[in-house]
Design a protein around this ligand. Structure first.
Ligand code: ADP
Length: 273
């Protein structure tokens, strides 16, 4: 079955170094929107870098649509299939003109010029940046730079996009726009793996994987994860305010029904008391 498959993966940055990920088994199917949630240092970035061979497993196996990331003859195909968007917008811009920046990826894939131009137009439209095609990349805001980075990945026509905390350095507006774009891309059938510690980003996904100290401690729907306040707190993650309040009130005997994740759900259940 097509997807990204990690089988019993353990990772260390060097022989003597600490184990960063241990015995990870994970499958991400085509079309899914998966969030990876974990505190700082839990291994999220490393996990995301294993998904397209940026780093290779110390033990175990990682395959993308059946292709092993350690197979050098497949690595270009894998990089083409699995795009990677990083946290810092500035580190991803490679060119001073927007359209040249977006064309960089497909150029490296040896795509003919005519087709590159079409891909750049389509990708810039998808991220709402077509008007900026000839503009300088230096003048863009953080959110706009992140949209250009996403366009550069889209122009390579990936099946999977791994986004490593893409909104962490953005202001609320930039963050909102980037998330809407990510959701749209997934609606068109591209698999999304979003690394995050924002609870509202978790809510957008189909499935969440909770990582703690290099281990997968739980996978489930966003609701299953976000209403498990005990699990989140134990793993150094802050549960949504509504879920925390509901848990506190239940402890004090309040008969709050339902599994409360959002403020709206809290108010609805509170009104029933
Ligand atoms: P997260 O993304 O959840 O913050 P990371 O995958 O970045 O976690 O890091 C997990 C652990 O691996 C941390 O202890 C970190 O210090 C260590 N680490 C990350 N990158 C390197 C590296 N290049 N060399 C050595 N250790 C690293």
């Amino acid at each position: 079955m097509d997807g990204i498959l990690l089988e019993n993966v353990t990772f260390r940055y060097g022989e003597e170094k600490q184990t960063v990920l241990e015995n990870i088994d994970l499958f991400i199917g085509k079309g899914e929107f998966v969030t990876i949630l974990g505190a700082n240092g839990s291994g999220k970035s490393t996990l995301s870098s294993l998904m397209n061979g940026i780093v290779l497993p110390t033990e175990g196996r990682v395959t993308v649509d059946g292709m092993d990331v350690t197979d050098e003859s497949k690595i270009l195909d894998i990089r083409k299939k699995v795009g990677h968007v990083f946290q810092d917008p500035d580190n991803q811009i490679v060119s001073s003109v927007v359209e040249e920046d977006v064309a960089f990826g497909p150029e490296n894939l040896g795509i003919p010029q005519q087709e590159i131009q079409e891909r750049v137009t389509d990708a810039l439209s998808e991220v709402g940046m077509l008007d900026y095609r000839l503009k300088s990349t230096y003048d863009l805001s953080g959110g706009q730079k992140q949209r250009i980075a996403i366009a550069g990945i889209l122009a390579m026509h990936p099946d999977y996009i791994v986004l490593d905390e893409p909104t962490a350095m953005l202001d609320p507006d930039g963050r909102k726009t980037v998330l809407e774009i990510v959701k749209d891309i997934n609606r068109r059938g591209v698999t999304i793996i979003l690394i995050t510690h924002f609870m509202d980003e978790v809510i957008m996904s189909d499935r969440t994987v909770v990582l703690s100290k290099g281990h997968v401690v739980k996978t489930g729907t966003p609701r299953e994860i976000l209403t498990d306040t005990e699990l989140l707190e134990k793993n150094n993650l802050e549960a949504p305010t509504a879920a925390r309040l509901a848990a506190l009130l239940r402890e004090r005997g309040a008969m709050l029904g339902g599994s409360i994740m959002t403020k709206e759900e809290f108010v609805k259940e509170f009104d029933k008391l």
